[in-house]
Structures are given as C-alpha cells and as structure tokens.
Design a protein around this ligand. Structure first.
Ligand code: PEP
Ligand code: MN
Length: 354
C-alpha cells in the first residue's frame, strides 16, 4: 500500500500518518519527492488494512500496490534518486556520470596505489577493489580482508576517491560498512536475502549487482530487500548475464538500463569488465553503456594485468582507461551528462597538507 500525501502536507501530518501506520503494525517509508511525499507501507503479510488512513489530514489518496516491489518503484517516487557524498559534487544518479575504477582485487599497497593514482588522474571519482573476493575456486586469491579495506581508506585520504568494495557475508559487511563509502553486493549474493536485509540496516549506500541469470523483476526485488529495511541509498549494477554465447564471459544486457529506468527511480551503473570478460570489449561497451543512458560505469583497471591475481584478462591498462575516459566524456555530453571532478574538498585535510 502507498499513502500519497497532498503537495502542501506538513511535516507534522506526514509524521502523524507514519505513526498511525506503525500503530497498525506496519512499517512506514516516507519518500519525499519534488511535488509530494509518498509513504510506502511494508511489513504486512497479506493485504494491508487501510483503516482510517485515507481520512487523515494531508492525505491525498491511499493506493493498493499489487506489484511485489514498492519502494524501488516510480509509483512511490517519480523523480530519479541521486546519491550524494560528503565533500564532492560527484553524485551517483543525476547529471554526473559516475566513474568507478580500480583493480578487481586489492593485492598489496603498491599495486592499489599505482592504480588509484592513474585512475584518479584520468578523472575517476570512485575507487573499486575487492578485499573479500567471492572466487569460483577456493584455491585462488580470496582477498586481503580488513588489510585491503585499510589500504582503500588510505587511498581515499590520499586521492579523494570514494571507495566501493564488496561484502560477501555478515562479518565482512560490518567491516565494509565501517571503511567504505558504498557497500557492494556481488552478483553471487544478489539473492542472499539475509545479506541484503543486513545491508538495508547499514548506514552506507549499497550497490546491488545483477545476479548471473536474474530477471529484471528479481533484480529490482533484491534492491527492494535493501530498501525494505530503511536504507534508500541503493544503486543497481548491470554486469552481464549467462547465455549460450561464448565469445564473451557474460552477455552485457544494456537493454536493462532503460527497462530499469522506466520502472524505478534508482540509479543504474554498468560493469563492462565482468560483462564481457575481455579487455578489448571493455571500451566499446563502456561507450555503449553511456550512450544508452547508464548513470555510471564500473571498470577494472590494473597496473600489471598480466600479473593480476584475479580478472587480469578483463582489466584495462591505465593508458587504456585514460583513452576510455576521453571517449566517454564526449558521449556523456551528447546525452546531457558530464563527469564532474571529485574536487579538492573530497581529499581530507592531512592528505592535502602532505
Ligand atoms: C566484482 O565486481 O568484483 C565482482 C566480483 O563482480 P560480480 O559480482 O559482478 O561477479
Ligand atoms: Mn573482477
């Protein structure tokens, strides 16, 4: 159920409706919009008893929502969600094209700093790097754990890049929430519902990657799990799905971008690295992703791809990333977007003084 407030409804009226919903045993999610606030109601097992909600002051209408997702939907919030970060104009969603770049995994301090320096100089605003790697084989590099998170925190200090890194379970999620600016939920965990709910209770934005074979609805529902716990700072990420095609690692499904944008207010970024698995396809698919209207890119870059401990074959050389940025900026302009600089404010005081 959705309670749509009148355009001129007061804060007090909104609060009163939320309290009433709580008394009824449900959970209210007030989502302010440009013209009006809508309050999503969750926590119901069957149909929500409407009671006297419709008669409360400031209420315009009460709508039954038959879809399985509510909070991700444009029914509850018409305008696009824009995620903001302290000390920078670089947003995820909105006019800025968010550029996230970095190695697949944080291998050591030197490697991570070498890549961060190059991607920052080329104009990336966010740094990616796995400290907890969900690897197919238990015998391959599993990540540095908290030591990797510490390296990324240093990178934020040094270069001002905001940090995105994956949490693979409850334990790593608590640490990632402490160190990172955005918590990544990987494709393999897109339907790990307890992890999604846990991320929904974290105080940081969450990027949910599309599952290996997830439909649009399943993808949106994963984001709904996060939002249902009260965390509305969610980003979706298309990273390719499994098909019969064997010329690429996955099939990057760019058509999901407009499909998501039609149904949801959440930003969606594209990962052409995992989406193709091959370095030579990353730049062309990045160009296409920007052209199709994605809110950002997440790209793997390594200073020595041949020696990478994971995903070397799909990692760009730093100079290739620089070229990608030149091209992407031009296409971004055509679709009314720009890659804003991360800004000096994003670099902390001690790092600037150094
Ligand atoms: C990653 O981005 O590091 C990753 C493991 O990607 P995915 O979950 O999409 O496979
Ligand atoms: Mn990878």
């Amino acid at each position: 159920m959705l309670v749509v407030m009148q355009a001129h409804a007061t804060e007090e009226q909104i609060r009163a409706v939320c309290q009433k919903i709580e008394v009824m045993g449900y959970r209210p999610h007030a989502m302010p919009g440009a013209t009006r606030t809508a309050i999503g109601v969750t926590g119901n097992q069957g149909e929500v008893e409407q009671g006297t909600l419709g008669e409360m002051p400031g209420v315009q209408e009460v709508i039954r929502v038959s879809k399985l997702y509510k909070l991700v939907s444009r029914d509850v919030k018409e305008e696009n969600t824009v995620l903001r970060f302290a000390g920078t104009d670089a947003t995820i969603g909105g006019k800025n094209l968010a550029v996230i770049a970095g190695p697949c995994a944080i291998e050591n301090r030197d490697q991570a700093f070498a890549v961060a320096e190059r991607v920052a100089r080329a104009g990336a605003q966010f740094f990616r790097g796995g400290a907890y790697k969900p690897r197919t084989s238990p015998y391959t590099f599993q990540g540095l754990g908290e030591a990797g998170l510490r390296i990324m925190a240093e990178i934020r200090e040094r270069f001002g890049l905001k940090i995105i890194t994956e949490a693979i379970d409850n334990e790593s999620l608590a640490l990632v929430a402490e160190y990172a600016d955005v918590i990544q939920i990987g494709a393999r965990n897109m339907q790990n519902f307890s992890l999604l709910k846990r991320a929904g209770r974290a105080k940081k934005p969450v990027m949910v990657k599309r599952g290996m074979s997830a439909t649009l609805e399943e993808f949106l529902m994963a984001a709904e799990y996060v939002m249902s716990e009260g965390n509305y700072q969610v980003i979706l990420c298309e990273r390719g799905v499994r098909t019969f095609a064997d010329h690429t690692r996955n099939t990057l499904d760019l058509s999901i971008v407009p499909a998501v944008q039609r149904l949801s207010h959440l930003p969606i970024v594209v990962d052409p690295s995992h989406g193709t698995g091959k370095r030579n396809k990353v730049t062309p698919m990045s160009r296409a992703a920007v052209a199709v209207g994605a809110d950002g890119l997440i790209v793997e870059v390594h200073n020595q791809p041949d020696k990478a401990l994971s995903d070397g074959a799909q990692s760009l050389y730093p100079e290739q990333f620089e070229e990608l940025m030149v091209q992407v900026r031009q296409i971004a302009a055509v679709v009314g977007r720009e890659v804003v600089p991360i800004g000096a404010e994003a670099v902390s005081e001690p790092a600037r003084a150094r």
